[in-house]
Every structure is written in structure tokens, then in C-alpha cells.
Design a protein around this ligand. Structure first.
Ligand code: PLP
Length: 413
């Protein structure tokens, strides 16, 4: 077991100074995580030794590349409790995974009498694809209400399900803005009672807490490699085998076929029928290394570490009278969104950057949620295994600099 206390050493990008010599404090892991050396080296090693295209060659390197790619698939399956690696489809990321389900599973099945249930806290990538499906099919989008603390109003969810028309429930496991962890298991149970399938956006949960698809009981799970210390350009759609088998491929081309004729073709089995063309091979290898790294830390420990950090961050930020924090105080993930009264979030983020603290400001691809919060944007600090309480202290010190420049509690400009 690797220790979280010392794992910071494993991340080369964290050991640098920015902004004229200040040590980098990276609080933007919800956007993308830093990579441990083992991931960087796994990808480099693949290019140095094994680089070849997969599934197409009999030469030594092609066999090695194919084995490395499929080993990564098995590692991902193990990581999310999937018993069948064939149900792990490699895609570019969460966005592509959800679009694949929306286009290939939902669109051919839905019509004007059907409903898709979403929540207002979805990232655009779990909202816009469903809007597109609704526009193409006439299906109706319905939204679960939010309670004032930024959790889901499950009574309103129950009422939506009573229509008898709900065919799809698409919900984020963990909000990238509020940190809310949604009761996906209960929601899936209820959705299944009315015959709906459940699509879970796990972009912010798979990297940060133990996720087991058997326990969650969902039908599809989407997540991105780059948010869990893996490379960019690789992500995962896990789906129940019978559902994946029932779906037509979204892209046609090499790899995804069994037999090609001049006028029609037959398709490969899952997952290959969804992986047209040369896949992101080195990226898959890097993702496999990221999975091994996270396993060596232990996902329970990862979650516990982030819980401690978030509790500390909420306590420290909560002591600043002009800082308004969004989202629930309990049972939440490792992101803290806030605003400093009277200061635009982009100004806050710019000054924090000058202090060496990297946070994100903006709508976080959740514009409907911003409207619900009644703000144009928020500042978001997000934590991962390599962050420490000292990073929270650095954030608070940098926020003092914001106050010094703008004046505490200044009126909105
Ligand atoms: N869903 C959530 C909750 C996210 O936080 C993100 C990324 O910020 C996405 C989906 C989209 O992920 P990607 O851009 O890797 O496809």
C-alpha cells in the first residue's frame, strides 16, 4: 500500500514554482488531475518499447500493444467492480460516453410519449446530449427539484417517476460544482421499478470514491481518464452487456466490423463495435497505470483523505464572513465552490493565481445550476490525494490578499 501522506512526491508537476517563485498549490483537480510518475512512465514506456497498432498484427509489437490495451480494459473493469471486461468501452471521455448512450441507446427507442429525467446540477455533457435526443424524438425532459442546500428533492423525483413515461434517468454521481453526492443506488432502484434505464455521470466520483457498478445498480456509467490521473483522450463507458449488445454502433470504420460488403456490413462484438478506428492505445495503457496507482492508495483512503480536507476547507472558508459557500455541508465530495462578496470570481481566481493558487472560476459547464444559484459564476477549489491542509491554508491566505485588494465585503461591481 502506498501512503497518501507521502504520495505528493509522485507528482512531478506539483514540484514547481509559479507566479514569480511561489510554490504551486494545485486546487483544480475536478477539471483535470495531475499525473503520477508511474502513469507518465507507462505511457512513455509504451511508445519506447511496444508501440504498434492493436488487434491487427501478428508481429511481436502488435501482440504486445494489444495485450497492453486489453490489460488496461481488465484493470478498469476490476476498478469499477465490473465482472465482464467486454462491457468496458474505451471512448474519449465522459462526454463521448454519454453521447454514445444518448444517440445509440436512447434515440432509436424514444418517442413523443417518453420522458427523460435529469437534474439541474448536471454538467452540460449530461444535459446537452439529452436535449438533442429530445429534439430528435419529441421526448420530454423533466428535472428533479433541488433543495436549498443543493441536494436532490427525492420526493420530486418520485413524483416524476409516477408519470409512467420515464424511460431514462441520467444523473451525476457527484456534482462538479456543489460537491453533492447523489443517492444513485436508491434512484436506480426506483427508476427500475418503472422500467427506466439509469445513466450515471461518474466523472467526479470514480476518481474520488470507491465505485462498484454492481452496488450502484445503474445501467450505464461514464467517466474520464484524465480526472483520475490518467491521460487525456481516454474515457470509459461501462454498460450492461445486454444493453450494449442491443445498441447500434455510433461510428463506422475499421475495427468495429465483422464482415464488410459493398452495400452492408456486419458488426464486431462488444466492446469493439463501439471502438471504430485506431483507439487511444497509449492513453489506455496510461489509464491502466492510473488505476493501479489509485488501487495502491486504496479508494477508501482516497475518499477519507478528501473528506478531511473538505471539512477543513469548509471550516476555514466558513470563518471568512465575506465568503459564500455553495452546496451541502455534509456527505459531499472534494470540491468547494464559493464566491467572495463584491468580487467577480474571475478576479478572485486571477489574484489567487498571482499567489500561486490554481483554482477555477466560471460556470463550470453547469449554466442551469448557476441560474439556480443566481450567480453568473463561482470560484471552485477542488482537492485530490496530493493536496494537504497546508494547501487549504494557502488558499485562505491568498483570499486574504483578495480582500486586501478589493476590500472585504465590497459591494458587487
Ligand atoms: N461530467 C462531469 C460531472 C464533469 O465534471 C465533467 C468534466 O468537467 C464532465 C462530465 C465532462 O468530462 P470530459 O470533458 O472529460 O468529457
Amino acid at each position: 500500500m502506498r501512503s497518501i501522506e507521502t504520495c505528493r512526491e509522485d507528482f512531478p508537476a506539483l514540484h514547481q514554482t509559479v507566479a514569480g517563485g511561489r510554490p504551486l498549490v494545485y486546487l483544480d483537480s475536478a477539471a483535470t488531475a495531475q499525473k503520477p510518475r508511474s502513469v507518465i512512465e507507462a505511457e512513455a514506456r509504451f511508445y519506447e518499447r511496444d508501440n504498434a497498432n492493436v488487434h491487427r498484427g501478428v508481429h511481436t509489437l502488435a501482440v504486445r500493444a494489444t495485450e497492453a490495451y486489453e490489460r488496461a480494459r481488465r484493470a478498469v473493469a476490476r476498478f469499477i467492480g465490473a465482472t465482464d471486461p467486454a462491457c468496458v468501452v474505451f471512448v474519449r471521455g465522459t462526454t463521448e460516453a454519454i453521447n454514445l448512450v444518448a444517440r445509440s441507446y436512447a434515440q432509436p427507442r424514444l418517442g413523443p410519449d417518453d420522458e427523460i429525467v435529469l437534474t439541474p446540477m448536471e454538467h452540460h455533457s449530461n444535459m446537452v446530449p439529452w436535449q438533442m435526443v429530445a429534439q430528435a424524438t419529441g421526448a420530454r425532459l423533466r428535472y428533479v427539484d433541488l433543495l436549498p442546500d443543493g441536494t436532490l428533492d427525492l420526493a420530486s423525483y418520485e413524483r416524476l417517476l409516477e408519470s409512467g413515461r420515464v424511460r431514462v434517468v441520467a444523473v451525476t454521481h457527484q456534482s462538479n460544482v456543489l460537491g453533492t453526492i447523489n443517492p444513485v443506488r436508491e434512484m436506480a432502484e426506483r427508476a427500475h421499478r418503472v422500467g427506466a434505464v439509469v445513466v450515471v455521470d461518474a466523472a467526479q466520483s470514480v476518481p474520488h470514491q470507491p465505485v462498484d457498478v454492481r452496488q450502484l445498480g445503474c445501467d450505464f456509467l461514464a467517466f474520464s481518464g484524465h480526472k483520475m490521473m490518467g491521460p487525456t483522450g481516454i474515457g470509459v463507458l461501462w454498460g450492461r452487456r445486454e444493453l450494449l449488445e442491443s445498441m447500434p454502433p455510433l461510428f463506422g470504420g475499421g475495427e468495429m466490423i465483422r464482415e464488410v460488403g459493398l452495400f452492408e456490413s456486419t458488426y464486431n462484438e462488444v466492446p469493439y463495435k463501439f471502438e471504430a478506428g485506431t483507439p487511444p492505445i497509449a492513453q489506455a495503457v496510461g489509464l491502466g497505470a492510473a488505476v493501479e496507482y489509485l488501487e495502491s492508495l486504496g479508494m477508501e483512503q482516497v475518499r477519507a483523505h478528501e473528506q478531511r480536507l473538505v471539512a477543513y476547507a469548509l471550516e476555514r472558508l466558513g470563518q471568512m464572513p465575506d465568503v459564500r459557500i455553495y452546496g451541502p455541508r455534509q456527505h459531499r465530495g472534494g470540491v468547494v465552490s464559493f464566491n467572495v462578496e463584491g468580487v467577480h470570481p474571475h478576479d478572485v481566481a486571477t489574484i489567487l493565481d498571482q499567489e500561486g493558487v490554481a483554482v477555477r472560476a466560471g460556470h463550470h459547464c453547469a449554466q442551469p445550476l448557476m441560474r439556480w444559484l443566481d450567480v453568473p459564476a463561482t470560484v471552485r477549489a477542488s482537492f485530490y490525494v496530493y493536496n494537504t491542509p497546508e494547501d487549504v491554508d494557502a488558499l485562505v491566505r491568498a483570499l486574504e490578499a483578495v480582500r486586501a485588494i478589493f476590500g472585504a465585503g465590497a459591494k458587487p461591481r
